[in-house]
Ligand binder design. Structure first.
Ligand SMILES: Cc1ncc(COP(=O)(O)O)c(C=O)c1O
Length: 481
């Protein structure tokens, strides 16, 4: 339709009777003319319409349900920029309180009124800050000793989340990985120490490994590292990537030592927007003591009646998530968090048990230690099956569920698994519905006369690399290896 004929919509124009609804959506250039808010709203809303319902997205760790009041509070704060502390000093105070609460949940020994920590947009930023602090501390020390600082490295298991690859590449810090195997599915402390030297800035165990849901044994690592540091004279610290576990362990397994109770754990990061129960994006990083947060990373403001330290990669960021987090702390309290995490874990365990009983499948681990788990096809079943877990993923998608299938990291990349993450909002009833759809999908797949495309590809030895690699976080095809 050419411009001359274009009639401008007005208040009387009905949305679906408007000319815009006959036009393709803008893809490269800003439209010449304005339109009514009703039409613009409908067009944008409809772009998202065919997507999965967020609560049926069982691939993500990120919060997809908050109550009415939390949602109202966050919507009301949508126009507040966190960085404008002069204008919104109460947001800064609330941030400090949240950092204190996180630090104490992680058994911080720090006595100061305001603990050393930072708000982040998610675990990625929080991990980066923890990593950068470790690097700067190491650099300072090496400089003071007159030693070179050009070859830093850090050690992590091969089941690292992609943020650590970013950290390595953006800051040019070598990433040394300890390969996992089916027999050794978490970070082996002795293997990690074999990769350490005078240039190691830190070791990064993971609580709530993205790929498997398991926990690295930080206590065992700390013990082995203590002996190693004594023997070598190094003082290699630990940064715990507790994206998931940081909000699970304090409530469900407070006796497990993985946090600041351990000698070499100097910093911890976690996602407020995962089991912190806040909508994206929110993360936290906390240091054991101010002295572990290099001055060059910290910007202190003293005009708030308190000394609040600001650390972050971004300058502006939304304040609403901080209000959401503080609301959840007040609304739920320790017991409320515990009840929600307990339910997510119970439902995960129930589903784990049910899937473990299904003929074609084996669970990857016997126990469920975070509210997520993975399973794979029994090798003896897989030999004759005409389908793969990628087909099952596609089938479940037809009923609205997003359950990702993907290959495990290096040394285990032949193993295709499926993962389910149970968050607040996934009840026993919904799990039964999911299980019903899963059983029905398997039944249909078992009736296939001919093998599916992914099955043929596997038979031909075309490893499902690249094409059907699946992002562990979103379940979307992904290609980072
Ligand atoms: C262990 C781990 N670290 C870091 C991240 C990155 O977190 P975010 O998405 O909050 O940036 C994730 C996300 O799944 C994770 O599982």
């Amino acid at each position: 339709m050419n411009d001359q004929k274009f009639s401008r919509p007005n208040a009387e124009t009905s949305v679906f009777g408007s000319e815009q609804m006959l036009q393709p959506a803008p893809t490269d250039r800003i439209p010449q003319h304005a339109t009514t808010p009703e039409i613009a709203y409908q067009m944008v809303k409809d772009e998202t319409f065919p997507q999965t319902q967020p609560r049926l997205n069982l691939a993500t760790f990120v919060t997809t349900y908050m109550d009415r009041y939390a949602t109202k509070l966050m919507n009301e704060a949508i126009n507040i920029n966190y960085i404008d502390e002069t204008e919104y000093p109460r947001v800064a105070v609330m941030t400090g309180r949240c950092i204190n609460i996180m630090a104490n949940l992680w058994n911080s020994p720090e006595k100061a009124q305001w603990k050393a920590g930072a708000v982040a947009i998610g675990s990625s930023e929080a991990c980066m800050l923890g990593g950068v602090a470790a690097w700067l501390r190491w650099k300072e020390k090496r400089k003071a000793q007159g030693k070179p600082t050009d070859k830093p490295n850090f050690v992590i298991s091969s089941a690292f989340q992609v943020v650590w690859e970013k950290f390595s590449q953006l800051w040019q810090i070598e990433m040394r990985t300890v390969p996992l195997t089916l027999e050794k599915p978490t970070l082996d402390p002795q293997e990690a120490l074999k990769l350490c030297d005078e240039n190691t800035i830190c070791i990064v165990p993971i609580e709530g490994v993205t790929w498997t849901g398991m926990n690295d044994d930080v206590e065992a690592l700390d013990k082995a590292l203590d002996a190693f540091n004594q023997k070598t004279g190094y003082d290699i610290p630990i940064h715990v990537d507790a994206a998931t576990g940081g909000y699970i362990l304090p409530f469900l397994q407070p006796e497990v030592k993985w946090d600041f109770r351990l000698k070499w754990v100097l910093s911890i990061s976690a996602s407020g927007h995962k089991f912190g129960l806040v909508y994206p994006g929110l993360g936290w990083v906390v240091w054991k003591d101010k002295k572990y947060l290099p001055d060059v990373m910290a910007f202190s403001v003293n005009y708030l009646g308190a000394n609040i330290t600001q650390v972050g990669l971004n300058f502006s960021r939304p304040a609403a998530q901080i209000l959401g987090q503080y609301y959840q702390f007040i609304r739920l309290g320790f017991e409320g968090y515990k009840a929600i995490q307990y339910n997510s874990m119970e439902v995960a365990r129930y589903c784990h048990e049910q899937i473990g009983k299904m003929g074609p499948f084996t669970n990857y681990s016997k126990e469920v230690v975070n509210p997520l788990f993975i399973w794979y096809m029994k090798p003896e079943y897989a030999k004759n099956a005409k389908w793969t877990l990628y087909d099952l993923q596609a089938k479940l998608q037809q009923s609205g569920w997003m359950v990702p299938a993907y290959t495990l990291p290096e040394k285990m990349e032949d193993c295709v698994v499926m993962r389910l993450v149970f968050r607040q909002g996934m009840s026993r009833d919904m799990t039964d519905m999911l299980l019903g759809d899963l059983r029905a999908a398997v039944e249909e797949l078992e009736k296939l006369e001919y093998p599916t495309q992914t099955r043929l590809a596997q038979d031909k030895g075309e490893k499902v690399k690249g094409k059907v690699f699946t992002h562990t976080h979103t379940g979307k095809p992904y290609n980072h290896h």
